[in-house]
Write a protein that binds this ligand. Structure first.
Ligand code: TEU
Ligand code: CA
Length: 538
């Protein structure tokens, strides 16, 4: 049973993403687990979050850290078992926290029993669970590429066919055209709803309706038909929150995905703002064009008002740390981490905090051997083989690699940052000496308490959850300011994205306003300090 019966409760909620492998180890094997997470629920309750999006903990050979599932109803032994999950759900519920499970419905693991059967013969009952094309060795059906490098087609010589995989070969795409596949997935989801899941995050959900012969992946023609069936058949309990990952989403598509009638999902993760951090492919970082970010956020804020719902996020397990991207890793780290928090949490939508973001955690710079991520390893091998200079490839990995987000959570100054008493599966960032939860909790001016306050403000002030959105001083290329209005409540949010002092006049209407939150204390007349941010209520 859900602890939040009310439909739409997630509209003033804040969620927290846990990447379980890196959150808290309880048994010294160097890998985070469910008991470790349970032991940290008090910390999350203190932060004030309403739910945890838990990245996959299902049985998996871990080619892609759990996004390759070999049994959707079993918990991988490295994380615990189903009774640990039941305990997690119950313990979280006691603290008013829902557990949002991560569903990988686009593909399974190549070690899933369905695929082991499917590749035995063309007339095996499970064959049609996956996407196959006839072909000769070394002549794939077309030249579609997989997201983590190489062809999107892998040959199975025993049956003379290629199977389709948008990610690594160990992640064969499921065939959503087959009603038996859809039924299996809906049954499985209902199994977790019965166990008390509060909702679901849906991995690459816009890629399920594929037509590989037409090179269609994201947003295929049957996508919305599939999603409406999924919602009807599987999201069978009132109050479930559902958030789909959709790199192909634009505002128009997001209106369908997040239609207020709940016919598809509660909301989607869209990536237009995230894509402003790079140019072309993800590995090419660029300097922020602030007016472009303003236009992007305004387009989403205004575009979905009253006809859809936004998610709000700057980090996840696939992205670099936001302080390292748009903030400052040096003397202004704390100020910039708070500024980025205030910037996002003043908007309409449901915020997601990624583990460690509330501490202002940063990227790492390591020799290539230290990295684990399959995307990083494939990228390094592919680019150096093509003749790229290793130091250039490494620079791209430092800026954009996924392991930046996956280093263990920093709890203490102690050994391995209190994450494990064993050898951590991925090294801990050395800066845990001064960036860690213990220090943050002991310092009333820490980034942690800025997030705590922002979460509380969203619940206290309807203007944050419901107000309209308008940019203020759009042409300003250093300061992102906006207002929110709801009846007679008026909120001004001012964020200096520059590492220097910038002149800025507070609009007269807000001059005597109430200071709700600020990262430098009292506001100064006419001038913002590096990364200064605040909210004023008039
Ligand atoms: O990511 C979707 C996705 O398209 C990623 O390839 C993304 O573009 C990339 O990680 C950016 O570097 C989801 C999951 O979030 C990711 O962890 C999985 O690896 C992927 O799906 C496959 O399941
Ligand atoms: Ca463990």
């Amino acid at each position: 049973m859900l602890n939040k019966e009310k439909r739409g409760w997630w509209k003033s909620a804040v969620f927290y993403q846990v990447y379980p492998k890196s959150f808290q180890d309880s048994n010294a094997d160097g890998i985070g687990d469910l008991q470790g997470l349970i032991s940290r629920l008090d910390y999350l309750e203190k932060l004030g979050v309403d739910g945890i999006w838990l990245s996959p903990v299902f049985a998996s050979p871990q080619y892609d850290n759990g996004y390759d599932i070999s049994d959707y109803r079993a918990i991988d032994p490295m994380f615990g078992d189903v009774s640990d999950m039941e305990e997690l759900i119950a313990q979280a519920k006691k603290r008013g926290i829902s557990i949002i499970l991560d569903l990988v419905l686009n593909h399974s693991s190549s070690f899933h029993p369905w695929f082991l059967e499917a590749k035995k013969s063309r007339d095996n009952p499970y064959h049609d669970y996956y996407v196959w094309r006839d072909g000769e060795p070394d002549t794939p059906p077309n030249d579609m590429r997989a997201t983590f490098g190489g062809s999107a087609w892998t040959y199975v010589p025993e049956i003379g066919q290629y199977y389709f995989h948008q990610f690594v070969p160990e992640q064969p795409d499921l065939n959503w055209e087959n009603p038996a596949v859809r039924r299996e997935l809906y049954d499985m989801i209902r199994f977790w709803v019965k166990k008390g899941a509060g909702g679901f995050r849906l991995d690459v959900i816009d890629q399920i309706a594929k037509e590989p012969d037409k090179f269609i992946t994201g947003s295929g023609p049957k996508l919305h038909e599939f999603l409406r069936e999924l919602s009807r058949e599987a999201f069978v309990e009132e109050g479930l929150v559902t958030v789909g990952e959709a790199w192909s989403a634009n505002v128009e598509r997001a209106k369908l995905f997040s239609a207020p009638d709940g016919s598809e999902m509660s909301m989607v993760f869209q990536f237009e703002h995230i894509c402003l951090a790079f140019e072309g492919e993800k590995w090419n970082p660029v300097k922020l064009n602030l007016p472009a970010l303003k236009d992007c956020m305004a387009r989403w804020q205004q575009g979905l008002a009253n006809c859809g719902w936004n998610s709000l996020f700057l980090e996840n397990h696939d992205l670099p740390r936001i302080v390292s991207v748009w903030g400052d890793e040096g003397e202004h780290r704390v100020a910039s981490a708070k500024m980025l928090a205030i910037f996002l949490h003043g908007m309409q939508g449901t915020p997601y905090i990624y583990q460690g973001q509330e501490l202002g955690m940063t990227n790492v710079r390591w020799p290539i051997e230290n990295y684990d991520d399959i995307e990083i390893r494939n990228f390094y091998a592919e680019r150096t083989a093509q003749g790229a200079a290793p130091q250039d490839v490494m620079a791209a990995i430092y800026a954009r690699g996924r392991d930046n987000a996956r280093t263990p959570m920093q709890w203490t100054t102690g050994e391995n940052a209190g994450f494990t008493t064993g050898k951590p599966w991925l090294a801990v960032n050395e800066n845990h000496a001064f960036i860690n939860a213990e220090a943050a909790l002991a310092d009333e001016n820490s980034v942690f308490y800025t997030y705590q306050k922002l979460i509380a403000l969203r619940k206290e002030l309807p203007v944050i959850a419901e107000g309209s959105f308008a940019l203020v001083d759009r042409e300003n290329s250093q300061v992102f300011a906006y207002r929110r209005d709801l009846e007679d409540a008026h909120l001004l949010v001012v964020c200096n994205f520059a590492k220097e002092n910038v002149s800025f006049e507070i609009p007269a209407e807000f001059a005597g306003g109430k200071l709700l939150i600020a990262n430098y204390g009292e506001v100064q007349e006419g001038c913002l300090r590096p990364f200064e941010a605040f909210m004023l209520l008039a």
